[in-house]
Design a protein around this ligand. Structure first.
Ligand code: NDP
Length: 329
């Protein structure tokens, strides 16, 4: 019998009422996979908050260990790419949704889902980045592919004080962009400026129903909010600009018109981190290791222990978490 480890388990009763508890499990409780990893660090993303509070149907198999990302060391592998002792990162692929996730001492997954921890990035720092930060990098890469270079003009980042927003600002600043940060927490202006934002706007400016077109204010955008906010961002994007859309913290809808697309040639770039192919993930993590300042990463992240996961999950869905939360196991 293998050693037991602590895990968080989400289950449902016959009336579909969700229960979350801390339990002791062993390797035999884990799901199928060809690589077992000792989880060293994980994190609390917005999606993990939704999973633990049950506010959205993230968990789709019960009982389930939540947690969509982890960093750790391979303890056993029958996958050709991985061997005992390898340092790996996992983001997404349904882990923490339909496959047992990160909130446990060990995880067993499909080796195709893993990427190597880049040299110089510790497990802790990989999770300070986490899925939110890796998604921020995917957003930046999409803008670059669309030709949105710093010389084109400012980039707006919405949900700026959140996880995706904070990491996006730190990356864009290192790459030399001028950044407009939109936040509901203007009390965090000093924090956002220290990450590299040059202008702070109150998110109220972007939260009312959008006009078809508005004054051109930025060449690009990274939006983790959706709904009216994304519609306003699009209506204020300058000719030929582009907006990376990755989130729905403000709503799933998109009440916009085709005007920004057909009259200004604006592009809306959809970003998904969960099923992104391995080459794109590896490129994103390589870029994170070069284009994200570790001093800023330390500034935007706080560390909690395993016992703090459930409280952090409740806080993140209420918009109370600043930057990123790392869970050291
Ligand atoms: P956080 O909770 O850390 O950040 C979200 C931020 O959005 C908040 O901090 C807040 O920023 C702002 N916000 C929250 N509620 C509202 C609201 N009602 N109206 C306007 N702004 C609001 O979450 P993450 O950064 O981890 O994730 C952000 C979004 O991105 C989520 O929807 C998440 O599901 C999505 N996501 C998508 C991925 C993908 O693959 N497409 C991957 C990762 C995340 P402030 O206080 O500054 O206003």
């Amino acid at each position: 019998m293998s050693e037991s480890f602590k895990a968080i388990l989400v289950s449902r009763d016959e009336n579909k009422v969700q229960k979350v508890e801390e339990v002791e499990l062993t390797d035999s409780d884990l799901m199928e996979g060809d690589v077992t990893v000792a989880v060293e660090a994980t994190t609390v993303n917005y999606k993990d908050g939704l999973a633990i509070t049950g506010k959205a149907p993230v968990v789709r198999k019960w009982p389930l260990i939540p947690g969509i990302d982890f960093a750790g060391t391979v303890t056993s592998s029958s996958h050709p790419d991985w061997k005992e002792g390898d340092k790996v990162i996992l983001n997404g692929w349904g882990v923490g949704e339909t496959h047992h996730g990160a909130y446990a001492g060990r995880a067993r997954v499909n080796g195709d889902w893993l990427v190597k921890q880049p040299d110089g990035i510790s497990a802790r720092n990989a999770m300070a980045v986490g899925t939110a930060g890796y998604t921020a990098m995917l957003c930046v890469m999409a803008l670059e592919r669309h030709g949105i270079v710093p010389a084109r003009g400012p980039v707006v980042v919405t949900g700026a004080a959140g996880g995706v927003g904070s990491v996006a600002i730190a990356i864009l600043a290192k790459l030399g962009y001028q950044i407009v940060a939109s936040t509901g927490r203007t009390s965090e202006s000093a924090y956002l400026k220290s990450l590299g934002a040059s202008d702070i706007i109150d998110r109220e400016e972007l939260s009312q129903p959008a006009k078809a077109l508005n004054k051109e204010r930025w060449a690009g955008g990274i939006d983790s909010v959706g709904s009216h906010t994304l519609a306003n961002v699009l209506s204020m994007t300058s000719y030929g600009g582009a907006v990376s859309a990755c989130g729905l913290a403000g709503g799933m809808d998109l009440p916009t018109s085709v005007a920004p697309f057909i009259l200004r040639g604006v592009s809306l770039l959809g970003i998904d981190s969960v099923m992104a192919p391995r080459e794109i993930r590896e490129e994103a993590w390589r870029r994170i290791s070069t284009d994200l300042d570790t001093g800023k990463l330390a500034e935007l992240s706080t560390t909690i222990s395993f016992s703090g996961i459930q409280e952090a999950a409740r806080d993140i869905v209420e918009g109370k978490i600043r930057g990123r939360v790392v869970v050291e196991m």
